[in-house]
Structure formats: C-alpha cells, structure tokens
Design a binder for this molecule. Structure first.
Ligand code: FES
Length: 225
C-alpha cells in the first residue's frame, strides 16, 4: 500500500484518514483535539469495505493550521485504491470517500432510478457539479468522490457493498451505503432511496484529476469550492 503524499506546489495538501462509522459528524472543522480524536478513532468505512485503503495520517502530509482554516483543497494519490475499495480523506473537516467501483457495482444503477428520491441529482441543496450530474455521479464512472455525511442529521453512513441478504439490509439490496442513525439508504452512487429520512443525495464536492493517479478535492477547473 502506498500512501498519499503532499503536493509540491500551491496550497494543495495530501491527507488521508478514515472515519468513524455511524457517528454524528460535526459539519464544521473540528478543533485540533477533536480532529486528532477523529483520526485516531477511525476505522474502515464499513465491513463491506474491508479491502479499503484507509491509510494512517502521515506527519509529512499534515496540513498547516493556516491551510486547514482556509479549507485548502486536498490532493490525493488514488493509484492503489483496489477495485471495490475506498480511500477516505479529510477535507474541510469532512470525510470524503473515494470509491473505486467495479463494473458489477455500476451495472444496476440505471434500473434503480424509480426507487430513488432524486435519481438525476436535480435538487439544489447539495448541487452536483455538472461533470457529476450523471447516473454514476462522477467524472470517471468507476471512481465515486462523495462526502460521507448523511444529509439527514449528519451521521456518517457505513458502506454496505455486499448485495442481497448477506448485507443485512434487504434481500434485494443492490449495494451502497447505510446510515444507521435513522435508516437512510443510498445506492453506490450516493443517491438516497425514496421515503427515507435523508432528503438529499450525498454531496459530491468539486474535484478534478491531475492524472490517472492523482485527484484534487475542493477544486476543479472552475476554481475552489
Ligand atoms: S442522520 Fe442519517 S438517517 Fe438520520
């Protein structure tokens, strides 16, 4: 497993950490002690992401206090995220999931539309960048970049990538994310299922690719978020 590394220029910062499952998440950047606790308490995003690449925080990647307070974009090495795996990074105090989906994970997305609250990501509370306004909600179909905070009351959902009965969700569960706080479910593109407490799909932050193996979160060709 290789680790993310800091950028060589500008305010971009490489920072990888993991998130506590199902825990209420402060939407504001936490203070230094709470941030440290958050990082220490981290686990994989869920049992279904056992292969997830949740690398420890490396001192060399830690952003400066100034950059943190400015909410600087985060540069991430994604080369070693395995198929079906997740890397979790922190951006503006929020966990951002980068999921490398398999063709099998993607194949049923279109068929789910009728079961979803906002299948085309039309709602305005969490506007989706134009490049992610598609059925897979991403620039590259296989790579999902989304904020891992439930749009209901701010818990952090857990991954439930296994499908069907073994997931413990439903016999026809297609794979996705589950918020244990009040039972909201999201598909593998972060789209919320209808008639759930969460009103909106998971947020897709501005992001862009620097190369096939490096991504920036919090900034795109239009500027910073
Ligand atoms: S916080 Fe996720 S369902 Fe309530």
């Amino acid at each position: 497993m290789s680790s993310s590394s800091s950028n060589s220029s500008g305010p971009l910062l490489g920072l990888s950490s993991a998130v506590t499952e199902g825990e209420s998440f402060n939407m504001q950047p936490p203070s230094e002690p709470s941030r440290r606790n958050w990082i220490i308490a981290c686990g994989a995003v869920g049992a279904g992401a056992a292969a997830a690449v949740a690398v420890p925080l490396l001192g060399s990647m830690a952003p400066s206090e100034k950059a943190r307070s400015a909410g600087a974009p985060v540069e991430v090495d994604i080369a070693d995220i395995p198929a079906g795996g997740v890397r979790i990074v922190e951006w503006r105090g929020k966990p951002v999931w980068i999921v490398r989906r398999t063709p099998e994970m993607l194949q049923g997305l279109e068929a789910l539309n009728s079961q979803l609250a906002d299948p085309n990501s039309d709602r305005a509370d969490y506007p989706v960048p134009a490049y992610a306004k598609n059925v897979h909600r991403s620039i590259k179909p296989e790579l999902l970049v989304t904020v891992g905070i439930c749009t209901h009351l701010g818990c952090s959902p857990v991954s439930k990538f296994e499908t069907g009965e073994p997931s413990g969700i439903a016999v026809d569960w297609p794979g996705g994310f589950f918020c244990p706080c009040h039972g909201s479910t999201f598909d593998i593109a972060g789209r919320v299922f209808a008639n759930k407490p969460a009103p909106d799909n998971l947020e897709v932050p501005r992001h862009m690719y620097l190369s096939d193996s490096r991504i920036v979160i919090g900034q795109d060709e239009q500027g910073e978020a």
